[in-house]
Design a protein around this ligand. Structure first.
Ligand code: SF4
Length: 106
């Protein structure tokens, strides 16, 4: 049976949630968690990866996450679900924080 696309959370909530001005904690939790409930999440992510979407949250992944990881890895995570996704997101946050940390001089 085909998924009901009327059940897409981004069609029921303010679509601007999926296009935050910055991808900081506090702006991505709600839309990414709503994507986890979406009946077409895997197809949505595949479409965004195929189109090389540059902006927005698609299939539960942010622009940064889509650009930082291999598409096959993201698809595997999307299909395999939550535990791996939670671990992935924690690792990405750590990597991002390390990249943004000031470098000690001297
Ligand atoms: S997975 Fe895609 S279609 Fe579903 S709520 Fe998220 S952005 Fe919308």
């Amino acid at each position: 049976m085909a998924a009901n696309t009327d059940d897409r959370p981004c069609m029921r909530y303010d679509p601007e949630l999926w296009f935050p001005l910055s991808e900081r904690p506090g702006t991505i939790e709600l839309p990414t968690s709503l994507c986890q409930q979406c009946p077409v999440r895997v197809e949505c992510l595949q479409g965004a990866l195929d189109r090389r979407e540059r902006w927005g949250i698609w299939g539960g992944f942010t622009t940064y996450e889509r650009q930082a990881s291999h598409p096959a890895r993201l698809m595997r995570i999307a299909v395999n679900e939550t535990a791996e996704l939670v671990e992935y997101r924690a690792r990405q946050a750590q990597v991002k924080a390390e990249r943004q940390a000031p470098v000690a001089v001297g």
